[in-house]
Ligand binder design. Structure first.
Ligand code: ZN
Length: 233
């Protein structure tokens, strides 16, 4: 990615996905939606169809209504493996099946849902799978922290955890300053947004700090799809 691009921040996202749709309870998904709505910013939600409404050990996955609501609310829905299996554990036929099952599931919810971007479950990618994903999606995202700048591997995008305990206000500010200094693309990922977040989620105050850090630096907050379009990628 050429450095003349304006620094863009796509706040969104999870340890292995951008804002994974994780509904821990009605109150909490209302919480997440209300923050996103109040701040009028769109995020990219990587979704594993097989985890919809399922207990994950930390939360109950978002329901079909939540997913359709996010889509119709202007957020981007993006692809994960349907069963959330690590891409590295799949051969090309199995990965193709997972992607197809996910596409079919979301088309059954709303025929206007298009899955253009992918995230590696648990951030684990492999060269053969990366090549395969490169033919199916515009980008694939991992969990290696840092700012995407200079020559960017679109099928192993860097992403920084927006997770309490893994980053604080100072770390967020440093990441944004680096994005400004390098004309880079900063992607944050997280899961649940909750006053008592899971080990993979963030508190509302941490999310607000990240969004405020973008706003105070005049950095647009975009979905991955919009950031790619803006970069001409
Ligand atoms: Zn995931």
């Amino acid at each position: 990615m050429a450095s003349r691009h304006r620094a863009v921040a796509a706040v969104g996202h999870r340890p292995d996905g951008q804002f994974h749709l994780r509904r821990r309870s009605e109150k909490r998904s209302h919480h997440r939606r209300s923050i996103a709505g109040a701040i009028r910013r769109a995020g990219t939600f990587y979704v594993a169809g097989g985890l919809v409404d399922q207990w994950s050990g930390h939360w109950v996955g978002a329901g079909a209504d939540d997913i359709v609501g996010l889509h119709r609310g202007g957020h981007e829905l993006a692809c994960h493996t349907f069963s959330h299996t690590r891409a590295v554990a799949l051969d090309s036929a199995a990965l193709a099946m997972e992607m197809e099952s996910n596409r079919r599931y979301f088309l059954s919810l709303d025929p206007s849902i298009r899955l253009e971007n992918f995230a590696y479950p648990y951030g684990l990618g492999s060269l053969p799978r990366k090549r395969q994903l490169g033919k199916a999606f515009r980008s694939s995202r991992g969990i290696v922290p840092g700012v995407n700048s200079g020559i960017v591997d679109l099928h192993y995008l860097r992403a920084t955890p927006l997770i309490d305990g893994q980053i604080g206000a100072e770390g967020i500010d440093r990441a944004f300053d680096e994005a400004v200094a390098t004309n880079g693309w900063l992607i944050f990922y997280s899961h649940d947004v909750d006053a008592a977040p899971s080990p993979y989620g963030c508190s509302p105050s941490l999310l607000r700090h990240a969004l405020e850090a973008a706003r105070s630096r005049n950095i647009p907050v975009l979905t991955v799809a919009d950031a790619l379009r803006r970069a001409g990628a």
